[in-house]
Design a protein around this ligand. Structure first.
Ligand code: FAD
Length: 292
């Protein structure tokens, strides 16, 4: 089923993201996580695509397991920055053969030593989106950045580029993680002004480790509110207390988003199910009430 149809059939979608382990690592760990996430009854699970296509076989294999073994809709991420048309064609055929109907179409990060102008086929995600859209076989999602993409000089320009992705065929947007809901609400207002009306799924990452949160803040450009910094400072030497406090923070963030009518919440599960499980338990009745 297309995720755009799943989203339009309910008031709130809940989804998770997993990533393929490195090519020399076994898949057992991620499959165990998926089995546990499946028990939380998500509307879809998305599988990332390694930079430069480093995990392409694994992304398809994992997405196929989610769909065909667990009966949960899978969204395969696909990047194009370093791809040829032939490679993209082959991957689309493989996805189709495996019953995958949903793609998150991305440009991907530009690897060191590579210039985007080197790729004559795909400079931006919109080029890939347009090409997939022509086939009319997949529902296409695209990435959105409530605080602006790190390469773009202004949020306004980035939103204009986002509109191009929607005009080329993106039917659903999934956001970069954010820790401050006000950044998302301001962004949503701007989307209306730019006539971007497709569903927007909000990306939430419960980060339970100081180093990771600092690195993610830098890489994603996400603003880290003082409230979250205080939590990390207070409990950095008490890992279990930090987990409790971050789960409480993410639960509050998600509850507020739901009260404010978001289309969906996408939890960056980091290949671990325990935190996602606890958050889902916290919002169990809210989820039931919203979709009843
Ligand atoms: P684009 O939409 O092409 O934008 C890239 C930059 O180009 C932006 O700054 C944009 O403003 C600018 N731009 C776009 N169009 C134009 C134009 N016409 N003229 C001038 N500038 C333009 N990466 C992975 O490698 N694998 C993954 O699985 C993955 N999953 C992700 C999932 C989500 C939900 C998100 C938010 C990101 C994910 N990423 C992933 C990261 C993503 O690949 C990077 O952020 C990448 O740098 C941008 O990809 P994009 O599709 O947003 O690019």
């Amino acid at each position: 089923m297309f995720i755009k149809d799943i989203i339009s059939s309910k008031k709130l979608s809940i989804s998770f993201e997993v990533f393929p382990p490195k090519n020399d690592m076994p898949l057992d760990g991620v499959y165990k996580t998926i089995g546990e996430l499946a028990e939380l009854n998500p509307d879809f699970i998305s599988v990332t695509y390694g930079a430069g296509g480093s995990s392409k076989g694994r992304t398809i294999e994992i997405a196929s397991t989610i769909k065909n073994k667990y009966g949960i809709e899978a969204v395969a991420h696909l990047t194009c920055a370093t791809s040829t048309k032939e490679e993209i064609n082959n991957i689309l055929s493989e996805l189709k053969d495996n019953g995958i109907e949903n793609i998150l179409a991305l440009r991907g990060d530009i690897p060191d030593g590579f210039k985007i102008s080197d790729n004559l086929n795909y400079k931006y995600a919109k080029d890939l989106i347009g090409e997939i859209s022509e086939r009319k076989k997949f529902s296409i999602s695209a990435a959105a950045y409530p605080e602006g993409h790190t390469e773009c000089s202004s949020l306004e320009d980035d939103i204009r580029h986002l509109k191009e992705k929607v005009d080329c065929g993106a039917e659903v947007l999934i956001t970069q993680l954010f820790f401050d809901n006000n950044k998302f609400y301001e962004f949503k207002e701007k989307l209306y002004k730019h006539n971007i009306n497709v569903p927007v799924i909000t990306g939430i990452m419960p980060v339970v480790n100081r180093n990771i949160i600092e690195r993610i803040g830098v890489l994603s450009g996400a603003f880290i509110p003082q409230k979250l910094k205080n939590i990390i400072d207070k409990y950095e030497n008490s890992p279990e207390a930090l987990v409790d406090a971050v789960i409480a923070y993410s639960t509050e963030q998600i509850s507020d988003l739901i009260v404010n009518g978001v289309d969906g919440v996408h939890i960056y599960a980091m290949n671990k199910s325990a935190v996602a499980k606890r958050i889902m338990k916290n919002i169990k009745e809210i989820r039931k009430a919203i979709n009843s």
